[in-house]
Ligand binder design. Structure first.
Ligand SMILES: [Ca+2]
Ligand SMILES: [Ca+2]
Length: 177
């Protein structure tokens, strides 16, 4: 596992701990789902439900696979190796990548404008300078848009244990605000 990949996983863990109690629990995923759907106002019911289902699957997979002692919560030590294991978590990440990137394209033209991208990523909890750096790393077109497929691929790469030097590393970099 690359150091960069471990740092990416730890950042996701800290953001997904939406209630701030230091572990992942079912309430975190309800809070996160609500935050993201509040900014996805232009998306249709199907896209919103897909995002909801995707976060629900995140939690049920974590709870099923990792909660060996049955205490209902997931620690960062339990989370990191699992979420970076494509064999165990790859299909969850793939579903999440498709659901989240689709929310960026409510008009269905295959392109995501920067303001909505920033809103969605801010709802998840990433810092705004990092979000802009990520969008820039995706290589936006002359109208400041990136392809849905580019973002989906970026999300999958974010969870790849052997990748470094990828756009997703922009989310971990410390930036002046
Ligand atoms: Ca929590
Ligand atoms: Ca669009």
């Amino acid at each position: 596992m690359r150091t960069e990949a471990a740092e990416r996983a730890e950042l996701v863990f800290s953001l997904f701990d939406a209630n701030g109690n230091g572990v992942l629990d079912s309430e975190d995923f309800d809070l996160m789902t609500g935050r993201v759907l509040r900014v996805a106002t232009a998306s249709d019911d199907g896209a919103r439900e897909a995002l909801r289902a995707s976060f629900h699957r995140w939690w049920t997979t974590l709870a099923t696979e990792l909660d060996a002692n049955g205490d209902g919560v997931i620690s960062v030590e339990e989370f990191r190796p699992f979420v970076l294991d494509p064999a165990r978590f790859g299909s969850v990440v793939d579903e999440f990548a498709r659901a989240l990137s689709a929310l960026g394209d409510p008009d269905g033209d295959g392109l995501i404008e920067r303001p909505l991208f920033v809103s969605l990523m801010t709802a998840i909890g990433f810092a705004e300078p990092n979000i802009h750096a990520l969008f820039d790393a995706f290589g936006p077109d002359a109208d400041d848009r990136v392809a849905v497929a580019t973002w989906a691929a970026g999300i999958r790469d974010y969870y790849a244990p052997d990748l470094a030097g990828i756009p997703g590393d922009q989310l971990v970099a410390v930036r002046a605000v």
